[in-house]
Design a protein around this ligand. Structure first.
Ligand SMILES: [Cu+2]
Length: 110
């Protein structure tokens, strides 16, 4: 192989491997006072986006067990997002509707 072609090949390989570790967005829909799906498994660095697709009900996503302050409500056609860098199981609920529960499981990125 000609020297310049070798470098081109190396550059292309680096680009490909970088693409594989790229973080994903995982969608959780909120409808009829439910998180759908209620449990998601993601890799560290991924982002979860909760979309409120109700007709008129507001909600929030509160990681109460982590000792966090209750976040603001979000309304139909609005969303809430959060990136997860730490490994573990993170349970959450909806502040105004404590029966609405969900969980984000963060695994090590492969
Ligand atoms: Cu709610």
């Amino acid at each position: 192989m000609h020297r310049s072609k070798v470098w081109l090949f190396i550059a292309a390989s680096l680009l490909c491997s970088a693409g594989q570790v790229q973080a994903k967005d995982v969608i959780v829909e909120i409808y009829k006072k439910k998180f759908i799906p209620s449990e998601v498994t993601i890799e560290a660095g991924d982002r979860v986006i909760w979309k409120n697709i109700e007709k008129r009900q507001y909600h929030n996503v509160w990681f109460k067990g982590s000792g966090e302050e209750e976040p603001d409500y979000f309304f139909p056609d609005e969303s809430y997002e959060r990136k997860f860098d730490q490994l573990g199981d993170f349970a959450y609920e909806c502040g105004p509707h404590p029966k609405m529960k969900g969980k984000v499981i963060v695994k090590k990125a492969e």
